[in-house]
Write a protein that binds this ligand. Structure first.
Ligand code: NAP
Length: 295
């Protein structure tokens, strides 16, 4: 068993902000990440609404934040976390790298992409179906692609793909966007972007690679790639036996980030909250770290 002052689960904006504050306050901090560093924002092509930064890619933002946390002495442990238990004053995490204990744990597990829920979706991932324009956009240079979704993630993905692809369809099930109106308005100015509204993907076509989709209008849309950006879902199953979750799997915690288990905080998109943004994730990281470190 290895001992620290604070264990942080998740190296996204919330977790790394907490790591910056806690490590800077002199605490021994371990940050666990079993997937990609940076969380969801690392896959966002463009961030334009973080105060003080006019424009930056999600990947660069994440790398900067990681460097900042490591610079203050936080340790990054590339391991998945499978469980949490309480033993007296200690909170113990079981991870791919064994057990770790600390008096305080911050859960900053974020959320993961929601699948579209169409038959054969999983089978065609990496064969024309993607959840990340930043990661996979370059494979579709000069090609025809579609983005599904009406949130900000879909809008910024379509914007980034429009720089690379010959044609980008934006398929949304309603005629109003959930995402920022300014982003949608700007997207309308792109000549190679076409909006297909009040319309859903009902089937994926192609044998071992996507060749198109069938739409709820009955039309067949030939495509080289389909980018799914239909929101997120929580990933807190590993803690369900010790921490209260809501009916959608988010950790029940208010603005003070305290969970139902003393000594455990929840920061960022993984907790119950109205606004899931980089800024609110950073705020939660700050609130939870300062509650633990004092100040
Ligand atoms: P979101 O805001 O929850 O939007 C999800 C979109 O997918 C909605 O338009 C929804 O349609 C649609 N949808 C959900 N299930 C669907 C299905 N089965 N079939 C078809 N469409 C479906 O999610 P998000 O865009 O991932 O954004 C999440 C959060 O991150 C938001 O707070 C967002 O502002 C933030 N974000 C910000 C930026 C940025 O500013 N750079 C970038 C990315 C994300 P309905 O609208 O009809 O429900």
């Amino acid at each position: 068993m290895q001992n620290y002052d604070i264990l942080i689960v998740g190296a996204g904006c919330a977790g790394l902000t907490a790591a910056v504050y806690a490590a800077r306050a002199g605490k021994r901090v371990a940050v666990f990440e079993g997937n990609g560093i940076g969380g969801q924002i690392a896959t966002s092509p463009l961030v334009e609404n973080y105060p003080g930064i006019a424009s930056i890619s999600g990947m660069e933002f994440s790398n900067n934040l990681l460097d900042q946390a490591m610079g203050f002495g936080a340790e990054l442990i590339p391991a998945g976390v499978h469980g949490l238990r309480a033993e007296g004053e200690l909170r113990i995490l079981s991870t791919d790298e064994g057990e770790f204990a600390a008096p305080a744990v911050i859960l900053a597990t974020g959320a993961k992409h929601r699948p579209l829920g169409v038959e054969r979706e999983e089978e065609l991932v990496g064969r024309g179906v993607s959840y990340c324009a930043t990661c996979d956009g370059a494979f579709f240079r000069g090609k025809t692609v579609a983005v599904v979704g009406g949130g900000s993630a879909a809008l910024v993905s379509a914007w980034a793909l429009a720089d690379l692809c010959a044609k980008v369809y934006l398929i949304h099930r309603r005629d109003e966007f959930r995402g920022e109106a300014a982003l949608a308005d700007r997207l309308r100015t792109r000549e190679n972007v076409e909006f297909l509204l009040s319309c859903q993907v009902t089937a994926l076509e192609g044998d071992d690679h996507l060749t198109g989709v069938k739409l709820s209008t009955g039309a067949d849309l030939p495509l080289d790639g389909l980018f799914v950006a239909v929101g997120q879902q929580a990933q807190n199953e590993a803690f369900a036996d010790v921490i209260a979750l809501d009916e959608r799997g988010y950790i029940v915690a208010a603005e003070d980030c305290r969970t139902s288990l003393p000594g455990v905080w929840a920061a960022g998109d993984c907790r119950t909250k109205a606004v899931r943004q980089l800024t609110t994730a950073a705020a939660d990281g700050t609130v939870s770290a300062m509650a633990i470190c004092g100040g």
